[in-house]
Structures are given as C-alpha cells and as structure tokens.
Ligand binder design. Structure first.
Ligand code: SF4
Ligand code: SF4
Ligand code: SF4
Length: 442
C-alpha cells in the first residue's frame, strides 16, 4: 500500500523555537523534536522515506491522519460532500423566514432593503402561505423566523399567521424567533408572545447611545431610539424570561471599541439574564458593489478581531480550530424559504425587497428564477469551488456566504469569502501556539 503525507498537514516552528505539527483533518496537534520535524519535511518531498519511520511512530501518524493512503485525501472530499448534501437536502424541517412587511419606522443608511415598499401581507397571501406549508408533507418540524422591514409594524399579520398555523397545521413549531429593531415591543406584543413563545429575539444596536441615536432614528420625527429599546429589553427580560435575547452590536472601523464598552456595561446590567451580545460586522460595500468600502472592516481584520476578543474572553468562542461541516444557511437548504409580503420567495436574507432576486412565489408550482435558486443551492457548495477543494482549512472551515460568492462569480466582486479564523494571515500559527501555551502546558 502506498502512503504519503496528507495535504492537511501544517508544520511550523513556534515563536519560542519548538516544532509543532498540526493536521486539520483530525484537528490533531503534536509537539515534535527538531529531528523529526526535519524528517517530516523530507518525507513531504519523497514519500518513500515513510518506510524509515519506526512502527510506533508510523502508527501514530496514520492514526492522526498525518500519513494517509494515497487517494485518501480525495476520498475525504467525497465523504464531506455526502455529509453536507445530507444537511442541504433534508426535508425534515420546513424553515420559513416570514416577512409580513417591508416597511420600517427607521431609515438606517446602510439598510440593504433599498427602495423598501410600504404594505403588509394581505389575507389572500396568508391563505396561500397556509396551503404552501400544508404541501410540505414530509416536514416533521416547522421553524419560523419573523423578519422585515420591521415585522412588528405588521403585528396583525403575525397574529393571524400564528393562529392559523396553530389551528390548521399538524407540524410542531420547534424554533420560533424574531429579528426586530425592538422599538415596538409593547405590552400587547409581549402578552401575545407569552402564548406563542419565542426561542430567540434578535435586536440590533448601532453602537453606544450617541452613535445609535444618530443612525437608528425615527423616520417620522428624527428622534433617537436607544433609551426606548433598552427599556423594552428590560421589560422583555422580565416578562419573557425563557426567551433568549441576542443583541447584535453593529461595528465598523470607526466604532470597534463600542462593542467592548457596551458588552461590559450591558452584561453587568443584565447579569444572570438570558441575553448575549455579539458584534455584527457591517459589510458596507463600495459604490459599484465589488468590494467593501473603507468604513467596513476588511475580512482578515474582522477575523483577527474575533481572535483577540476570544483571547480576552470578551466573546465566547474557540481559539483552537473546530472540526465542522458547512451547515449552510437558507440559501443552501432545499426546504428553507424567505417569504415576502406578496408571497414572493427569496433564498437569501440580503435579497429581500430586490425583485430581480425573487426565485418564485408560494402560489406557483414552478420557480420563476430557477438559475438563481440552483446557483445558491448547488453552485455555492465547496465541491464546486476549486479553491475550497484544494484548501488545507476545509475541515475546520464554517464555509462562506453564498451571496458574496455569487457576487464574485457573476458581478465582478472582489470579496474575500473565507470565514475560517485560522485562514487569516499567520492566524493558524497564532491560534495553535496560543492554545498550546495556555492549555497543553497547564
Ligand atoms: S431597522 Fe432594519 S429594516 Fe429598518 S431601516 Fe434599519 S436596517 Fe433597515
Ligand atoms: S447567503 Fe449569506 S447573507 Fe444570504 S442568508 Fe446565507 S449567509 Fe445570509
Ligand atoms: S472558504 Fe476559504 S478557508 Fe474555507 S475552505 Fe474555502 S478557501 Fe478554504
């Protein structure tokens, strides 16, 4: 049998001078002698030298997939493709992101929903939505996310849809969440959600009070919204204690510190409550939408920001790589739909309100834009991307956003897609060494 060094191997000398070997396929990590390190470099060039390794070392290297059978790395890609397809094509869950209105009481300058239209989902569309759900007979679970515009501006639609689902649909709602600006979380809304519990509420802040109020102001009178939203969160935490609140704090180059300050301030204020804060890196595009504008944080810097935040325990996350599959998003799941107020279907949250990105309608049997549907569903898979197929980081990579991928492929985009922290320059060595210094030696 022919053996070789796997392409998923990384060898390096730490900043303190000791040699390390890491395998991304098994996430295994070994400190080795300088003599063995040099020998591994030799084997990379001439695999026949593998025969000179002693049996116990050979077994260890085979076990950790540092040394593999020839073709084994190729076969790994097939297995990975199979597993990701299983996730993508599963029909067990029907996942619906429902947009009851595109209207919003705010007018954030970066809002992607350009040309937002006014108007709520009509009764006729609600009717079609119920039929659409009923047609998904193989679904065993229903996930519902309310999205907008500001979904609570169409609270009546939310009430009607949930009552109809309760009365007529046999599939249990297992995941129920809302993405809202938090302004209209009134007592009436809270009472309703006591009867239709939410697993999670996602609310966005645009930084500290001053910055937030400059950006998220009422369209009608220009008034800021920070205090009202914070008060509403207080009430939600008291009245809906089982619901997880997730606060996204938007950051760009200018206000990186806002997240750190808000995290300190608000986690103290709400200590012990079911609430988390996380940074939402704003992806502000340049005018011709081919790259990020200067106020945006470049992708590698964003990944370094996460690394530093994990190190300082400002954010919960892993410094050491994690073996993972690309779980995908609604764009890559066959049974996931974003349904707009007219019953139009999108595959990506960023496409909502852009008519050219509608892939079909809930009342139609056929897709109206099957090219876009399949570009998202299949075209954006790693096995259709040569860079990913050749990539050392694939086993530890959470994947990329298909929306940006399609921009690169079809609209001359120049975005860096990789979301794997360790892929940022020098970051793999930094992550591994930091982990080794703080864990392996303790
Ligand atoms: S709150 Fe959301 S939907 Fe409303 S303008 Fe701001 S980003 Fe757009
Ligand atoms: S394609 Fe990207 S932006 Fe669209 S839903 Fe998926 S992850 Fe989100
Ligand atoms: S997205 Fe980037 S890091 Fe991930 S597998 Fe593809 S090329 Fe590698």
């Amino acid at each position: 049998m022919n053996y070789e060094i796997s392409k998923y191997i990384h060898t390096f000398i730490s900043s303190k001078g000791y040699p390390l070997i890491y395998c991304s396929r098994t996430n295994a990590f070994l400190k080795i002698t300088k003599e063995l390190y040099d020998f591994v470099l030799e084997i990379k060039k001439d695999s026949s030298l593998i025969n000179e390794l002693d049996d116990s070392l050979l077994d260890l290297f085979k076990n950790k997939k540092i040394i593999v059978k020839s073709n084994e790395d190729e076969d790994y890609l097939l297995e990975r493709q199979f597993n990701e397809e299983q996730i993508s094509y599963s029909q067990k869950t029907l996942s619906l992101t429902l947009v009851p209105t595109l209207s919003c009481n705010f007018d954030c300058p970066y809002c992607f929903e350009e040309g937002k239209r006014v108007g709520n989902m009509k009764n006729e569309t609600i009717e079609q939505l119920i039929l659409f759900i009923k047609k998904h007979e193989s679904a065993k679970q229903l996930d519902i996310t309310w999205y907008g515009g500001e979904p609570l501006l169409a609270f009546g639609v939310i009430q009607k849809v949930l009552s109809r689902i309760n009365e007529e649909i046999n599939i249990p709602v297992k995941w129920h969440t809302i993405v809202t600006n938090g302004y209209y979380f009134t007592n009436k809304v809270i009472d309703f959600f006591k009867l239709h519990p939410l697993n999670c509420i996602q609310i966005t802040l645009d930084g500290d009070r001053e910055r937030h109020d400059k950006i998220r102001k009422q369209k009608s009178n220009g008034e800021g919204s920070y205090d009202k939203i914070i008060n509403n969160i207080d009430t939600i935490l008291n009245e809906l204690p089982d619901t997880q609140i997730s606060i996204r704090v938007n950051i760009e180059k200018e206000n990186l510190d806002d997240f750190i300050c808000l995290q300190r301030e608000l986690s103290q204020k709400w200590e012990g409550k079911k609430i988390t804060l996380y940074p939402g890196i704003l992806r502000i595009e340049n005018e011709d939408k081919t790259a990020l504008a200067c106020e945006a944080i470049p992708q590698w810097d964003a990944l370094k920001f996460y690394f530093e935040s994990y190190k300082k325990k400002i954010l919960n996350g892993n410094i050491y790589p994690v073996l993972q599959y690309n779980e995908g998003c609604c764009a890559t799941m066959i049974n996931a739909y974003i349904v707009g107020p007219k019953g139009e279907i999108y595959k990506c949250w960023n496409d909502v309100s852009d008519d050219s990105k509608i892939v079909g309608y809930i009342h139609d049997k056929k897709l109206t834009n099957s090219s876009l549907f399949f570009r998202y569903l299949i075209g954006s898979k790693f096995y259709n991307n040569e860079d990913c197929k050749q990539c050392f980081f694939l086993p530890i990579c959470p994947g990329y956003c298909p929306w940006f991928r399609l921009k690169n492929q079809h609209e001359n985009g120049k975005y860096i897609l990789c979301q794997c922290i360790q892929k940022a320059p020098n970051m793999l060595n930094d992550c591994l060494e930091y982990w080794y210094e703080t864990n392996a030696n303790s």
